[in-house]
Design a protein around this ligand. Structure first.
Ligand code: AMP
Ligand code: GLY
Length: 420
């Protein structure tokens, strides 16, 4: 079977690596793909947001399965466009993708279908939102409704911080349309974890759990980023918690999607806070997490092509997914200035010396030389019989890679950062 991955980042590189292991795969393409993953997936020069152009690639190259990586094409309805043209697609349609593209919609979905989450309220007017702050206690979370490249959430320690966030979003419009509406939310305390599931519209299968490290600096300090590293499985997610999350979140979400008339075929990402009252949903994403996917896929003991294809065709098996024993760690190597103004174009050395899986997120190749081309540059991943050995391997490999201004968190998977 031929398959096409839509996207070009570290997550898509990891998907290509895992799909390649399937004996059923013949040719693998990526639109647009990247030089970093070109040994696994042939680049198809094509706008990932253009369903008609992607359908052209599928026709020409006899593609039987399209796997959509990022949220932007999903939010635009690229999956619908491809399905209407007769292709099998792994990724939800535009209406279902609103679970990620509108936080107000996601909160409404959670409330209507009884999914545990933080108390919240939606506002469009600054004065009304400001007047509501005291009802959320001293700490409050301010979220832009729409997609804001991971920068639309501010966890505020005081009302003055929250007012500044409200002013930025609603008055200054720093996120444009995405911040026209805001969600005010009570701040939850606990440990964060991620659980992703593959859905075929009727049932779901849970992937190995994971934990992202969203803050820029060690000890969970500094601004939020797209993710500075991940571990799998999440140290805090016990079997009992997993069963509870399956029942209270995924089963209710499946039922809710069905009641709302949505046929969800793709991955549903639950960002969770494990609070004293139990697991609560922070957010849904409608695609694979990045960098969680880079840590999760090496532990998955299943044929990913078969899994995603069966979900796209609405015939997912009902058995639990198998995972290898042990742990996996992904350390993100970032550029100077990330996340605000990353410096790019810096030569990268030591890629061949790194004894680990190295997924390219933002790189460029000229001949045999590589240089940086984004904020998050590489995801260095290693698997080991336990978290400690996976960490050692990943950090040893990361230490062999160098570019000017390179920085990474040294505490990915360390107990201090995962509160386990
Ligand atoms: P989100 O995009 O909604 O997951 O938010 C990004 C990050 O903000 C999360 O990973 C949390 O670290 C933090 N966050 C979001 N909502 C809350 C909340 N209600 N309480 C505490 N932290 C939150
Ligand atoms: N790692 C968080 C995300 O993919 O949104």
């Amino acid at each position: 079977m031929n398959a096409l991955i839509v996207g070009s980042g570290g997550r898509e590189h990891a998907l290509a690596w895992a799909l390649r292991k399937s004996p059923r795969l013949e040719r693998l393409y990526a639109a647009p793909g990247s030089a970093g993953m070109s040994a696994l997936a042939e680049p198809a020069a094509c706008d990932p947001l253009d369903a008609e152009a992607l359908a052209g690639v599928c026709r020409e190259r006899k593609v039987s399965l399209v796997v959509i990586g990022p949220e932007a094409p999903l939010a635009l309805g690229v999956a619908d466009g491809l399905r209407e043209r007769g292709f099998s697609v792994f990724g939800p349609g535009r209406d279902a993708a609103r679970l990620e593209s509108s936080k107000a919609h996601a909160k409404d979905f959670m409330a209507r279908h009884g999914l545990p989450t933080a108390r919240s309220k939606v506002f469009t007017a600054f004065e009304e939102a400001r007047a509501a702050l005291p009802s959320f206690g001293d700490s409050v979370v301010v979220k832009a409704d729409g997609l804001a490249a991971g920068k639309g959430v501010r966890v505020c320690a005081s009302h003055s911080e929250a007012e500044a966030a409200l002013s930025d979003f609603l008055l200054e419009k720093v996120h444009g349309e995405a911040g026209r509406k805001v969600v005010l939310e009570e701040k939850l305390e606990g440990t964060e974890a991620t659980l992703m599931a593959i859905l075929d519209g009727k049932s779901c299968r849970l992937l190995p759990s994971s934990q992202d490290h969203k803050r820029l600096l060690e000890g969970d300090q500094g601004p939020n980023t797209g993710g500075m590293g991940a571990v799998s499985p999440a140290p805090a997610l016990t079997q009992a918690l997993l069963s509870r999350i399956r029942g209270e979140i995924f089963d209710r979400a499946l039922e809710g999607l069905r009641k709302d008339g949505l046929d969800y075929r793709g991955v549903l990402y639950a960002g969770l806070m494990l609070t004293r009252e139990g697991p609560k949903l922070l957010e849904f994403n409608v695609r694979f997490g990045d960098p969680e996917t880079q840590a999760v896929l090496p532990l998955l003991d299943a044929d990913l092509l078969e899994l995603l294809h069966s979900a796209a065709e609405g015939r997912l098996e009902d058995a639990p997914l198998r995972a290898y024993e042990g742990s996996s760690v992904c350390v993100v190597l970032a550029s100077e200035g990330y996340p605000d103004q990353p410096k790019t174009g810096r030569p990268i050395e030591g890629l061949d010396a790194a004894d680990a899986l190295v997924f390219h997120a933002g790189t460029k190749r000229a001949g045999k030389s590589w240089s940086t081309a984004g904020g998050r540059v590489l995801g260095v991943c290693a698997v080991g019989p336990d978290l400690g050995s996976a960490r050692r391997k990943a950090y040893e490999a990361a230490g062999r890679i160098h570019f000017e201004g390179m920085h990474f968190r040294k505490d990915i998977g360390a107990c201090a950062s995962c509160a386990c």
